[in-house]
Design a protein around this ligand. Structure first.
Ligand code: COA
Length: 136
């Protein structure tokens, strides 16, 4: 519990940060109410080898033998909840998952390629920056 900024000794409830859940069956990271989500598709082994060969990125070289890539195809947040960093939280969870499972990422979603990655350049080492592109 936190004290109010005006010095009032009564307590106020701290807002709980949204919990992001991995929905393996639907290939999504989503909020508990499922209203906001990041949709991905897993891509096969051939793509991994081709992508890794097209780069001199050592992180990608390390992942050459990985079985799959995460194609992050779509991010969605309901209008009423936009602009508060919810999409970024979904991406944080998805990129951490990719890293944990030694997967490269295809950033098909424009929010991820144009906004999230430039603001979180540490994840660039996971990004497949060569052909092939996703086949949606
Ligand atoms: N492409 C790139 N950047 C976008 C974007 C898009 N389609 N839509 C919004 N952004 C930018 C905003 O301009 C904003 O920038 P600012 O911080 O400089 O104002 C930033 O994303 C907001 O980031 P964040 O708060 O983390 O995102 P969000 O929770 O508001 O959700 C979307 C962002 C894109 C998921 C949400 O606007 C949405 O669901 N849009 C409809 C679906 C869509 O277009 N998805 C992206 C393509 S797959």
């Amino acid at each position: 519990m936190a004290k109010r900024a005006d010095g009032d000794s009564s307590t106020v409830k701290e807002a709980r940060p949204p919990v992001i859940v991995w929905n393996k069956e639907r290939e999504r990271f989503e909020t508990e109410d499922k209203e906001a989500f990041l949709q991905y598709h897993l891509r096969g082994v051939g793509l991994v080898a081709a992508a890794a060969n097209s780069s001199d990125n050592p992180e990608q070289e390390k992942r050459k033998g990985a079985a799959v890539m995460m194609d992050m195809v779509h991010t969605y947040v309901p209008r009423s909840k936009r602009g508060m960093g919810l999409a970024a939280l979904l991406c944080d969870a998805a990129f951490a998952h990719a890293q944990c499972h030694s997967m490269l990422v295809i950033p098909t979603c424009s929010y991820i390629s144009d906004t999230y990655l430039p603001r979180n350049p540490a994840w660039n080492s996971l990004v497949c920056n060569g052909e092939p592109k996703s086949s949606m």
